[in-house]
Design a protein around this ligand. Structure first.
Ligand code: AMP
Length: 382
């Protein structure tokens, strides 16, 4: 940093298993090795051996690492900015685990491990919720008795903020370089988790995920918007326990529940072969995206650009085409040939005549975390 040059990247999969896989990549090497990695500390120590290796390493000593940036999913209402992680911050992250039980405890574990492995480095927390911190109250409040907000902080927090921020800034630069307006934007993050954000003058003003990460769009295994009466019917009439219903909504619903598959590539293939359930699932999925586009155009009072990102948004021309079809009224017109091209960097897939630009921008949450961490240490005297 600040050249944004990746000198090494790595990934550890299946931590806790005897056949965990560690991958390590530099401009000259691309290594993948199967070994037993019992826990995160062992995993990061193994990665460190690669980083400091006499032949393929990129650092000589771990003291060369000045800062470790961490993605932390839930920052609650306290964190609007990237922060240096102190003991006080760690206990706040821990206390927010009740709101993100699947994420925050593991994020904290990552921080504690990195503190041990890189004791001289500053640990920095970048919160997924921070980008939504300035959303207007009318967008983040639920219409339930005020006491639930005041006493228990029940409100929409939002997720995927690092991704929405990164692609919206890239889009703004891209549009500005072509002297096109970019004040009113909708970013659509479609991966295993899916969300949409309405962004005005660079600030999030509405977002589809809420108190938890299952609201809004139809996702790989999560239902997205659902009438809450269904939940009470499942519990009170059909005898499911609250935990079972939570499991159904988070892990057995969405595209998986509708088709039996959660990987969109399989669903697209089966739909093309004539599978009715897969066709309906694609139709429902993109109809939901359209409804959110419509509501966000109303919230923004106009629209300059739509941005697609993440695994599905970057790769599925089918979803992009279906989601943008019949929206000419809003000035949205896709160029089919551009949409079908493989997306490498930023692509404008709209027709020249399209009033609203439709962009595909690969997300890069790691780079955004690196940028924010770099900015923080640049302000301090490290
Ligand atoms: P992510 O969470 O961003 O890694 O995205 C994961 C999702 O991207 C999975 O549902 C994949 O099915 C989907 N995906 C990845 N590549 C493609 C592709 N070429 N076409 C359609 N979907 C894809």
């Amino acid at each position: 940093m600040p050249s944004e040059n990746v000198v090494a990247s790595g990934l550890i999969e299946r931590i806790g298993n005897s056949n965990a896989v560690i991958s390590y990549k530099t401009s000259e090497q691309n290594i993948s090795k199967e070994l037993e990695i019992s826990d995160h500390e062992k995993g990061l120590s193994e990665m460190n051996r690669f980083l400091m290796h006499s032949e393929i390493g990129v650092i000589k000593d771990k003291s060369e690492i000045q800062v470790v940036g961490h993605r932390v999913v839930h920052g609650g209402k306290d964190f609007s900015d990237t922060v240096e992680i102190t003991d006080e911050i760690k206990s706040k992250i821990k206390s927010l685990s009740v709101l993100a039980p699947l994420h925050n405890p593991n994020n904290l574990k990552g921080i504690e491990v990195a503190e041990k492995v890189f004791p001289n480095a500053m640990q920095v927390g970048v919160f997924d919720t921070a980008f939504f911190h300035e959303m207007p109250e009318r967008a983040f409040r639920y219409a339930i008795p005020n006491s639930f907000y005041k006493k228990y902080d029940i409100r929409a927090y939002g997720f995927h903020g690092t991704s929405h921020k990164y692609v919206s800034e890239k889009a703004q630069q891209f549009l500005a370089s072509r002297e096109l307006p970019g004040n009113k934007m909708i970013t659509i993050h479609l991966g295993n988790g899916c969300s949409m954000t309405a962004i005005k003058d660079g600030k999030a003003i509405d977002h589809s995920l809420g108190f938890g990460p299952a609201n809004g769009l139809i996702m790989g295994t999560r239902s997205g918007d659902i009438d809450q009466s269904v939940i009470f019917y499942l519990i009170n009439q059909l005898g499911y326990s609250p935990d079972e219903v939570n499991n159904i909504i988070q892990k057995e619903s969405g595209m998986l529940g509708l088709t039996g598959h959660h990987d969109l590539r399989d669903i697209q293939q089966k739909a093309a072969e004539g599978n009715k359930a897969c066709q309906l699932a694609l139709d429902m999925n993109t109809y939901r995206i359209k409804k959110y586009i419509g509501s966000y155009v109303a919230a923004l009072n106009g629209l300059d650009a739509i941005v697609f990102t993440a695994g599905i948004g970057e790769n599925s021309s089918v979803i992009r085409k279906m989601a943008c079809s019949n929206l000419q009224y809003l000035g949205i017109e896709i160029d089919d040939a551009m949409n079908d091209q493989r997306i490498e960097n930023i692509s404008d897939i709209s027709l020249k005549s399209s009033k609203t630009k439709v962009l595909v921008i690969p997300t890069n949450e790691e780079l955004e975390i690196a940028k924010q961490s770099y900015n923080l240490i640049s302000k301090s005297d490290i």
